[in-house]
Design a protein around this ligand. Structure first.
Ligand SMILES: *[C@@H]1O[C@H](CO)[C@@H](O)[C@H](O)[C@H]1NC(C)=O
Ligand SMILES: *[C@@H]1O[C@H](CO)[C@@H](O)[C@H](O)[C@H]1NC(C)=O
Ligand SMILES: *[C@@H]1O[C@H](CO)[C@@H](O)[C@H](O)[C@H]1NC(C)=O
Ligand SMILES: *[C@@H]1O[C@H](CO)[C@@H](O)[C@H](O)[C@H]1NC(C)=O
Ligand SMILES: [Cu+2]
Length: 307
């Protein structure tokens, strides 16, 4: 018979373990390094499978807003660790309140006459890092913009020409955001860029029914293309810090929709591309988490809110 006194700590420990398991965790690089010891086989399977990306692990399917939310939480944590500023929050850029890149000034994200970021901006020497993957570098243009770590002379910097893309020369409007938010269904078959009446696909910007200006894309995609530079090319887009500010705005719209649909569930369907199914791992985050990891949590429950 175990004495009650010795059972209590055990119960507490169990309770803690159960509670811990239910809190979605965003692990930092530092935590990852210490966890690596627990996963010595990292370079091989099965951990590598979770760490190495796959095509469309983040876009054109139901994970799109969840994947980017997880990414922003991860980046925010990393920036806090690097700067020691525990109160750092990624700001959002509300592009519905302007008709041009009003944050592309030298005191904010940097002006870019001619495409390169101005020398007056703190971001003028912001280096790009790319995965030197054949899949990516075979595309003409990517190599020009990518930093090659082994050769400093080849290091290139981020570029932007806001509004210069003739097919995407405007930003989404508040009316368009309203239309996206009025979409009841989270996602619809076939759960890809052809989905109609899908909040996810409208937010992502493939559903041109929300575009009032007859442009070749809408919403999230439109902003990427509007900026006409590094951030317009999916495999290297996240090199430009403006990526985070844009995606924080996408996350803000997502949060507004989630608050109106507290019982939403992650779609389950064979039509969903395998890498984006609820129980597939969200690539390339490590330690591994499922695509539906953040379902059921509000931003406030994750430690932040929008004003
Ligand atoms: C932009 O910067 C690159 C070097 O990173 C330079 O080769 C190029 O000439 C610059 N372009 C303009 C228009 O200044
Ligand atoms: C910028 O816009 C031009 C012209 O509209 C287009 O051809 C080019 O592909 C765009 N560049 C990027 C990086 O999006
Ligand atoms: C919209 O785009 C289509 C195809 O590019 C074009 O034929 C049509 O005239 C445009 N409509 C408006 C209102 O600009
Ligand atoms: C969500 O589910 C709860 C519990 O079943 C229910 O009380 C609530 O009305 C639902 N909310 C919405 C917006 O459907
Ligand atoms: Cu994006």
């Amino acid at each position: 018979m175990v004495q009650p006194r010795s059972v209590l700590p055990l119960l507490l420990l169990l309770l803690l373990a159960v509670t811990e398991a239910h809190i979605p965790r965003v692990c930092t690089t530092q935590q990852y390094r210490s966890l690596k010891r627990c996963c010595p086989d990292f370079e091989g399977s099965p951990c590598r499978a979770a760490a190495v990306g796959g095509k469309n692990a983040a876009h054109q399917g139901p994970t799109f807003p969840f994947w980017h939310r997880y990414y922003l939480l991860f980046m925010e944590r990393e920036i806090r660790d690097l700067t020691g500023d525990e109160d750092f929050f990624i700001p959002y850029w509300d592009w519905t309140k302007t008709n041009h890149c009003n944050i592309c000034t030298n005191d904010l994200m940097g002006d870019s006459p001619g495409g390169n970021i101005s020398q007056e901006s703190g971001f003028s020497r912001w280096q790009t890092v790319c995965t030197y993957d054949d899949e990516i570098t075979s595309h003409a243009g990517y190599r020009k913009i990518c930093a090659k770590p082994e050769n400093d002379a080849d290091i290139k910097y981020i570029q932007r020409s806001p509004g210069k893309n003739s097919e995407s020369n405007a930003l989404p409007t508040a009316e368009e955001v309203k239309m996206v938010l009025a979409t009841e269904e989270y996602d619809t078959p076939p759960y890809n860029r052809r989905s109609e009446n899908s909040f996810r696909n409208r937010l992502e910007g493939f559903d041109l029914s929300v575009n009032s200006k007859n442009l070749s894309d809408a919403m999230h995609n439109l902003v990427h293309d509007y900026l006409n530079g590094t951030v317009s090319q999916v495999p290297i887009a996240a090199n430009d810090p403006i990526f985070m500010l844009h995606h924080a705005m996408i996350d803000k719209i997502f949060e507004e929709w989630l608050l109106k649909h507290p019982n939403m569930t992650y779609p389950i369907s064979e039509e969903i591309t395998p890498i984006q199914r609820a129980d597939s791992l969200m690539r390339p985050f490590f330690p591994p988490v499922r695509n539906d990891h953040l379902v059921g949590y509000t931003a406030e429950e994750l430690g932040y809110k929008y004003e």
